[in-house]
Design a protein around this ligand. Structure first.
Ligand SMILES: [Zn+2]
Length: 154
């Protein structure tokens, strides 16, 4: 990671290649996944890696529990430093920069998955009026076991 080489790569990673994201998703459609652009470069003798992630996945709406498509766009710059102390002391000018301790164990796929997990909304909901709440009205009086379940989850 600390070797002075520059690398540039781009590729589409399917949702299925991210096991933790797959666990969060409500449904998987073909085309769900993320386009990732990676540029690794050196600035002031330090290795940097710029990662751009753009894509979509579906997670469950917290109101109606139906899948809800999410479009995400994330930008992150990793700065690789030699030691923990160096990483702690590194001045972070920008929010999207993250100091990492350079190691051969850095797993890019997992780092990308971490970023996407962090970017997921905490309690996603369809815009008001667009929830797939079916049969609202007539049988509102009857206790619906599924609704009871839903309320328990709140
Ligand atoms: Zn909804």
């Amino acid at each position: 990671m600390l070797a002075p080489v520059s690398y540039q790569g781009e590729g589409f990673i399917q949702l299925g290649d991210f096991p933790r994201l797959l666990a969060e998703s409500a449904s998987v459609s073909p085309g769900d996944g993320f386009d990732c652009q990676i540029v690794s470069l050196h600035r002031d003798d330090r290795p940097f890696m710029e990662v751009q992630i753009r894509g979509r996945m579906a997670i469950a709406c917290q109101r109606c529990l139906d899948p809800m498509a999410l479009e995400l766009e994330i930008q992150r710059t990793y700065v690789f430093l030699r030691t923990e102390v160096e990483a702690d002391q590194f001045p972070m000018d920008k929010d999207e920069e993250e100091a990492m301790v350079a190691s051969t164990h850095f797993n890019l796929l997992e780092a990308i998955e971490d970023e996407i997990l962090l970017a997921l909304p905490h309690a996603p909901k369809h815009p008001v009026g667009q929830c797939q709440l079916r049969q609202v009205g007539a049988d509102l009086e009857k206790p619906n076991p599924f609704k009871v379940l839903k309320n328990l989850k709140k």
